[in-house]
Unconditional design. Structure first.
Length: 244
């Protein structure tokens, strides 16, 4: 996993312009709606909902937006009919790309994603074509600013909590866990007094690839188009990019 950091992407999303903030809130609201509809409105008994609420708060999403999404999911009536869809494909230089979407119209979403790939040097693949190159992991980020803790101390905390891996940079401690241990590790670190900047489930590439410099801008355009789509929740890839 060395060389792969989610934090640069998270920092970009945290610094999103005000005009884009509504789109971010809309995407998170969909996620809250799904997990509340499936597991109930109480985050104390619905771990998935608590994760989404934590994600919403990290994005500075107002409590009113969070509560509306939960109420909408649990109110009487049919409500929205979202389904989770995973798209797999390739970017320039054969970069592996996974796109997680929540959609109420598969045809619309598939068309938009196919166009984003095709217009930017990529192509959609069959189910299973690239998913095997990624592993589902729990991810926790703790910012170092104002935190009087060195790497050895943090590593001990992570191991005692049940975490599997710690990556350290000047800005942040990044912690990876198995999916089954994620909740316990998160709760243990919070109980120890750490403030979590991010805590979520993610897909981690098993190997990284280098993209040609003359194709990097094209690939960045593809990522921007995909991430801007209302139906797309997350985009994962295994390319080394210059600012990552």
């Amino acid at each position: 996993m060395a060389g792969h950091s989610k934090w640069s992407k998270i920092k970009r999303s945290k610094g999103v312009a005000d005009q884009q903030r509504g789109k971010v809130f809309q995407k998170i609201s969909k996620e809250i709606y799904i997990v509340a509809k499936e597991g109930g409105p109480d985050p104390s008994s619905n771990a998935a909902l608590r994760m989404k609420i934590d994600k919403a708060k990290a994005a500075n999403m107002p409590n009113d937006n969070i509560n509306r999404a939960i109420q909408k999911a649990t109110s009487s009536g049919e409500g929205d009919n979202y389904e989770e869809v995973l798209y797999e494909g390739y970017g320039p230089n054969g970069v592996a790309v996974l796109v997680e979407a929540l959609t109420d119209n598969r045809n619309r979403t598939a068309t938009n994603i196919r166009v984003a790939f095709n217009k930017n040097g990529g192509s959609l693949g069959e189910s299973g074509s690239v998913a095997y190159m990624f592993e589902r992991r729990g991810y926790i980020a703790i910012e170092r600013e104002g935190l009087d803790v060195d790497e050895d101390t943090m590593l001990m905390s992570v191991l005692e909590a049940g975490g599997e891996e710690l990556e350290t940079s000047e800005d942040v401690f990044e912690i990876y866990t198995s999916p089954s241990d994620f909740k316990d590790v998160r709760d243990a670190l919070e109980a120890e007094g750490y403030v979590l900047a991010e805590a979520e489930s993610t897909m981690v590439p098993q190997t990284m690839v280098t993209i040609d410099s003359d194709k990097e801008e094209q690939f960045r355009t593809m990522l921007a188009v995909l991430e801007d789509d209302d139906d797309v929740q997350e985009v994962f890839h295994n390319a080394h990019l210059n600012d990552e």
